[in-house]
Design a protein around this ligand. Structure first.
Ligand code: FMN
Length: 329
C-alpha cells in the first residue's frame, strides 16, 4: 500500500485515531507490536488556529512511531486550511481529515460526519486542504449519514479527484454511531470501482486475526484500521499479523505479561504528559488491560482512583503476584 512516500508492504494494519486514547505513549506501544501506520487523536481546527496549548501538544510526534498522520476536524473551510498548515509544521507523515465523527455537538455543526450532508462543501474543503499543504492528505469517513443515504460509493471518486491519497471507510452510518455491526459490502464496492486507484482502508469491528483475514480476503481492502480492539490490547497487531502469516492463533498473554506491558505504557504516559495527566489518562487503558479478571473489584477500584504513581506501580505488582500466570479470558 502506497500513500505518498509511505510504503507498507505486507499486511497494512493501521491504528485508528481515537480521542483520549491514541496519544504518543499508546501509539509507540502499538508501533512496537507491529502497527504500520498510526494516527493522532482528532485535533480541533478551531483550537489549533487559536493556539490552544492542549491541542498543539497533540501534534507532537516521536521519530520512533513513524509513519504517523495528524487528524484534524472542523466545519469552517478557512479554519481547516489554516489548521492543516499548522499540523504540517509539526512534520507528520500525512494529514488526515475527519469526516466521520458522529458526536452530536460536532456533527450537527457540519464537522466530522456532519459534512456527509453537504457533499459540495466536503469536496471544496478537501480540495482547499490538499492545495494548502505538501504532505499527502487522506480522509476517514463513514458510509453516509443514515441508511437512506449510503453515499460512500458515490463520493469516493469525488474525494479521489479532490486529491486525497487514501480513503478510510468505517462501515457504519453516522446515525448508527457505534451500534450494530460494521457493513463492509459498500467498502468492497468502493474498492472494486475501476476508477478508484487510491488505497482503500476498511475499518469497523476487526478484533482478531480471523476477522482481519476475512476483511482482506472477502472485501479486498488495501489496509485494515483497528480501533477499539487495541484499547487494553496493543499487542493485537502482533496477534493479527501472526495469524495472517501462519493461520495460527497466538496463545492469550498471561497476566504477568500484560502487567509488564501496562507498566511500560504507564511509564511512557507519565514521561510524556504533564502533572497527573499521565495517570488520569491511563485509567481507561488499565480498566481494559485487566477486564474480566475474577475477584478484581477492589484492586480495580484502587487502580482506577489512585493519583499516586508509586502506589499504582505497587498495585500493578500486586496484580502480577495475585494472578501471575493466569489469563483473563
Ligand atoms: C474512544 C474512541 C475515540 C474515537 N476517536 C476518534 C477520532 O478522534 N477520530 C476518528 O476518526 N475516529 C475516532 N473514533 C472512531 C474509530 O477511529 C473507529 O473508526 C471506530 O472505533 C470503528 O473501528 P473499531 O470497530 O475498530 O473500533 C473513536 C472511537 C472510539 C471508541
Amino acid at each position: 500500500m502506497q500513500i505518498g512516500k509511505i510504503n507498507i508492504q505486507e499486511y497494512p494494519l493501521l491504528l485508528a485515531p481515537m480521542e483520549d486514547i491514541t496519544d504518543r505513549s499508546f501509539r509507540l506501544l502499538c508501533k512496537s507490536f507491529g502497527a504500520e501506520l498510526l494516527y493522532t487523536e482528532f485535533v480541533a481546527s478551531e483550537a489549533l488556529i487559536r493556539n490552544i496549548d492542549k491541542s498543539l501538544k497533540k501534534l507532537q510526534i516521536d521519530e520512533a512511531e513513524r509513519p504517523t498522520g495528524i487528524q484534524i476536524y472542523g466545519h469552517r473551510i478557512d479554519a481547516m486550511v489554516e489548521a492543516a498548515k499548522i499540523a504540517e509544521e509539526a512534520k507528520p507523515d500525512l494529514i488526515d481529515i475527519n469526516y466521520g465523527c458522529p458526536v452530536k455537538k460536532i456533527a450537527n455543526r457540519g464537522a466530522g460526519a456532519g459534512i456527509l450532508r453537504d457533499i459540495p462543501k466536503m469536496i471544496e474543503m478537501t480540495k482547499a486542504i490538499v492545495n494548502a499543504v505538501k504532505l499527502p492528505v487522506t480522509v476517514k469517513t463513514r458510509l453516509g449519514w443514515d441508511s437512506d443515504n449510503l453515499i460512500i460509493d458515490k463520493i469516493a471518486e469525488q474525494l479521489q479527484d479532490a486529491g486525497i491519497k487514501a480513503l478510510t471507510i468505517h462501515g457504519r452510518t453516522r446515525t448508527q454511531l457505534y451500534k450494530g455491526t460494521s457493513d463492509w459490502t459498500l467498502i468492497k464496492k468502493v474498492k472494486q470501482n475501476p476508477n478508484i486507484h487510491i488505497p482503500i482502508i476498511g475499518n469497523g469491528d476487526i478484533f482478531d486475526g480471523i476477522s482481519a483475514k476475512n476483511a482482506f480476503d472477502r472485501f479486498d481492502v488495501d489496509g485494515i484500521m483497528i480501533g477499539r480492539a487495541a484499547i487494553g490490547k496493543p499487542w493485537i497487531f502482533r496477534e493479527i499479523k501472526h495469524y495472517l502469516k501462519t493461520g495460527e492463533i497466538l496463545p492469550e498473554l498471561s497476566i504477568s505479561e500484560k502487567v509488564e506491558i501496562a507498566k511500560l505504557h504507564f511509564k511512557k504516559s507519565i514521561a510524556l504528559k504533564e502533572g497527573k495527566k499521565g495517570i488520569f489518562e491511563m485509567r481507561r487503558h488499565f480498566a481494559l488491560y485487566f477486564k474480566g479478571l475474577k475477584n478484581f473489584k477492589e484492586l480495580r477500584l484502587k487502580l482506577l482512583t489512585s493519583t499516586d504513581e508509586n502506589q499504582i506501580s505497587d498495585l500493578l505488582d500486586e496484580i502480577k503476584q495475585k494472578y501471575g500466570e493466569l489469563n483473563n479470558t
